[in-house]
Design a protein around this ligand. Structure first.
Ligand code: ADP
Ligand code: ZN
Length: 836
């Protein structure tokens, strides 16, 4: 009988595709190769449909796996993500497989050499068909036996179950990904054929025969034998070298079928010469009472094997990481597994060092600089359950964990958890809640400065709160000192962009050899260049944003698309030649500090950490190392310095302009300001006996987000923010959906946007607020004109968002968008974090 499989494909169309197949087994979760249009594509079987006529359909070209690649939980999870974020299931499934797995691949099968004859006899008795297939695999001895050749040889209808059975019993190994990943380093190793190794007398006889005529061959053979008996891997080249044998000797042993070549993945990691940014195994520290309590509570929750979401509220430096470390140790010992999400892993090398210090290689790190092959290998080890502790950035939420018992989302407020593109535009923090629910496990969202959404979820009882109210080890929270820059300027107490108050503090700390961080949320020398004659400010030709002036290379550059021009001789609009750099970025602050202290005859060393200086691989680590060891006195940086830095020697943090974030056209401006000031301030005074000071320069010292951060008024801030959000119907009270149209022809773009708006219901219905299409502040990006439609859907009426999604889906099905690069494109962003 021919069946009809429903296949999810990674295309941006939200539907499943039907293909016929002759296999009778249930292959849900298997990857298949199918023809889609003119292309071959890898898809996933997600179900069957008996009501479709199979005869008219294309057949599946090949089944790529011999056991399910996606677990049931993973299928459910990705389905949820696709439905929620209005992407296709195929796009969501793609997130749950490591990149670099190509489609035109065969799964191939390798015989495990270490089976015993008893095993084989048992197999013959219990599953004769499996034994038959296995026998075929052993005698064909070819390195690449794929499923189709087995299917051709054996006309069994259940080849997949047979192979799965052999795999489960350890007779074979299925390598679906190795040959397809182009960059896996493989090395040749030598093994003695199992026929010989399992029959020592026979082997000894052979050895004696060989010894008489070919002593070199015999030496090589014994070398391999001894190593193999000890469970060691014999690398071909090393073996030849150490036994001083020649290749032709090896070849004759191979011809005699005594020795086999086996390819294995070379997973030796390159030597790491970096100094660690962590110098104690923090598991050995004596816990504070609050930490002990938190750990006990969370352990109970983990052991209950049920979905229980927690918010771990710990002030900066309270030792949240130590709580994680203890729970993870517990999980390792119990044979369970845990997933730890951190923001932008490449920006948090110190956190990784801290985990490595406690768990070594038992904790795997998935990061963006990993090669495809390393990623595939790690991915497979995770799926096999050999790697059980996995740390990574947002996409790690899709890791194929076995027996998942705990998910931690560290710094849950961080915006890097939201994927902007490609689709699905998921938020890993929110996805973690869904996954924890599906896997019945414990969830911890940790932060000193939670998102307003998380604070609200605690308030309504959705999350349980656990608190760490004091800094660990007796350190005090830092003292925040606001400097009213308007006042300071009036009194001549400002030098460039730095107040004399801050400069004096810096001097005092540098003399004491303590660390200073200066925070400016803008990189480069100065963001814009202005003509002094006509007042024009240089803008990017492709994006509606101003170009930044980079002093070191003397160029103007668009931070959005990379467009760069040389510093102009004459103004392009009036011909004038007098320009002024307006505003100030990290580089100018760095220069000002150097000049100021040079003039005073004080030797200091300043370094800078922003996206420009860390772009070079390894550079960030160097910058951090120098600051950690005290080679650098002052570190000037952007928001990167707020991320998880934990250096004892830092006692002063200066914020150059606390208003930068506040004046953004964004309803989250206050929230972000509060979070950034608290987080960057929290880098100071983390060690007992070394009091921290945070100097905040601002023109609006009375604004409530700045006041709340300065006075550590946590609840006051969130309560006030919630009130404002409620009155204006912003999240968490509404669901924000941003629909963007973009294209290189402005009129067309507008036309499409207006037409789509017409397909959505009027505002009065359904209690919706729909705005637009409107022209955003950044009306053009990377050469494309933009139009936005903003939807605020009241959560008190549509809690799950099902209603609004149905409305959008309905509009989409009536809307015909010609998706081609020259016309208009569309993006739907559910729970958007974009500014507009
Ligand atoms: P958080 O993540 O909450 O900001 P961390 O986990 O980074 O805080 O801890 C801050 C510092 O305090 C770290 O250097 C950590 O080693 C130290 N620390 C945490 N708990 C203890 C403890 N119980 N005893 C001594 N030092 C601790
Ligand atoms: Zn640009």
């Amino acid at each position: 009988m021919i069946k009809v499989a429903l296949v999810a494909l990674p295309v941006p169309v939200n539907q499943l595709y039907s293909y016929s197949m002759s296999e009778q087994e249930n292959l849900v979760g298997y990857r298949v190769l199918v023809q889609f249009g003119t292309r071959m594509m890898t898809g996933v079987i997600v179900g069957y449909d008996d009501n479709i006529q199979a005869r008219e359909l294309k057949a599946i070209n090949e089944v790529l796996d011999i056991k399910p690649f996606y677990s049931n939980e993973m299928l459910q999870f990705t389905k949820f993500i696709a439905d929620y974020y209005l992407s296709s299931w195929g796009e969501a499934l793609k997130l749950a497989s490591p990149p670099g797995i190509s489609s035109e691949s065969n799964t191939f099968i390798e015989v495990n050499e270490d089976y015993s004859y008893d095993d084989l006899l048992n197999l013959r008795k219990s599953s004769p068909k499996s034994a038959e297939v296995f026998h075929y695999l052993v005698i064909s001895k070819s390195k690449k036996i794929n499923i189709s050749s087995i299917k051709k040889t054996f006309k069994y209808s259940s080849v997949y179950s047979i192979l799965e059975n052999l795999d489960r019993k350890g007779f074979i190994k299925i390598n679906s990904d190795i040959i397809v990943a182009p960059h896996i380093r493989k090395v040749k190793t030598l093994v003695i054929d199992p026929l010989f190794i399992n029959n020592e007398n026979y082997l000894m006889e052979e050895l004696q025969k060989i010894e008489q005529k070919h002593p070199y061959q015999a030496r090589l053979l014994s070398y391999i034998y001894i190593h193999q008996k000890d469970g060691k891997t014999v690398h071909q080249e090393i073996a030849l070298d150490e036994t001083k044998t020649e290749r032709k000797d090896l070849q004759s042993l191979k011809n005699k079928k005594i020795i086999l070549t086996k390819y294995i993945e070379d997973t030796v990691v390159s030597n790491n010469e970096n100094i660690s940014l962590s110098n104690v195994n923090e598991l050995t520290l004596k816990l504070t009472n609050e930490q002990t309590f938190a750990i006990e509570e969370l352990k109970k929750s983990i052991n209950s094997n049920s979905f229980s979401p927690h918010y771990l509220q710990g002030v900066t430096g309270s030792g949240k990481t130590i709580v994680y470390l203890h729970l993870i140790r517990e999980i390792l010992e119990a044979g369970k597994s845990a997933l730890i999400l951190v923001p932008e892993i490449s920006l948090t090398p110190q956190l990784i060092d801290r985990f490595k210090m406690s768990f070594g290689d038992a904790a795997a790190v998935l990061h963006s600089k990993m090669s495809d092959s390393d990623r595939i290998i790690t991915w497979r080890q995770i799926a096999e359950g050999t790697l059980r502790i996995v740390i990574g950035a947002r996409s790690t939420i899709f890791a194929p964990m076995v027996n998942l018992s705990l998910i931690i989302v560290d710094e849950e407020h961080d915006l890097s958890y939201k994927q902007e593109s490609p689709s699905p535009r998921y938020n890993a923090r929110d996805a973690a809640i869904v996954r924890a629910n599906l896997e019945n496990c414990t969830l911890i969202l940790g932060s000193a400065t939670p998102s307003v959404e998380t604070y609200y979820n605690v308030l309504i009882g959705k999350f349980k709160k656990i608190e760490l109210t004091t800094r660990a080890d007796g350190a005090m929270l830092p003292k925040f000192i606001p400097i009213d820059m308007g006042e300071a300027r009036k009194h001549g107490a400002v030098n460039g962009s730095l107040s004399t108050f801050l400069l004096d503090k810096v001097e005092e700390k540098v003399q004491k050899k303590e660390g200073v961080i200066i925070f400016q949320n803008r990189r480069g020398f100065s963001p814009v260049l202005r003509c002094n004659d006509c007042g024009i400010v240089y803008e990017c030709e492709h994006c509606a944003i101003k170009l930044s002036y980079h002093k070191s290379r003397n160029v103007l550059r668009c931070h959005y698309c990379g467009y760069t021009i040389a510093y102009p001789d004459n103004c392009s609009s009036c011909g004038g030649s007098q320009f002024e750099a307006v505003g100030y970025g990290t580089q100018r602050i760095e220069d000002e500090l150097i000049d100021y202290f040079k003039a005073k005859g004080i030797k200091i060393s300043v370094d800078r950490m922003d996206m420009d200086t860390i772009r070079k691989k390894g550079n960030q680590r160097k910058i951090l190392e120098n600051f950690y060891t005290g080679k650098t006195d002052i570190l000037v940086g952007t928001q990167i310095v707020t991320k998880g830095m934990n250096f004892d020697r830092v006692t002063l943090v200066g914020v150059i302009n606390a208003d930068l974030q506040l004046f953004q056209p964004d309803f989250r401006a206050n929230e972000k300001t509060y979070q950034i000031l608290t987080q960057v301030g929290g880098r100071a005074g983390r060690k007992a006996g070394m009091e921290g000071t945070v100097v905040i320069q601002t023109y609006t010292p009375r604004s409530y987000s700045i006041q709340s951060a300065i006075n550590n008024q946590f609840d006051e801030f969130y309560q006030k923010e919630l009130k404002i959000r409620k009155s204006a119907l912003y999240p968490p009270y509404s669901r924000l959906i941003l629909i963007e149209f973009y294209g290189d022809e402005e009129e067309m773009t507008h036309y499409y946007a207006v037409n789509f708006r017409r397909l959505l219901p009027p505002n009065e219905d359904n209690n919706l607020e729909i705005f637009g299409p409107f022209i955003p502040t950044m009306y053009k990006a990377a050469g494309n004109y933009r139009r936005l439609i903003l939807i605020k859907a009241d959560k008190s009426i549509d809690k799950s968002g099902n209603k609004i999604r149905a409305l959008i889906k309905n509009a989409l099905s009536n809307f015909h968008l010609n998706i081609s690069p020259t016309t208009v494109m569309m993006k739907i962003d559910i729970d958007s974090y974009s500014q507009f």
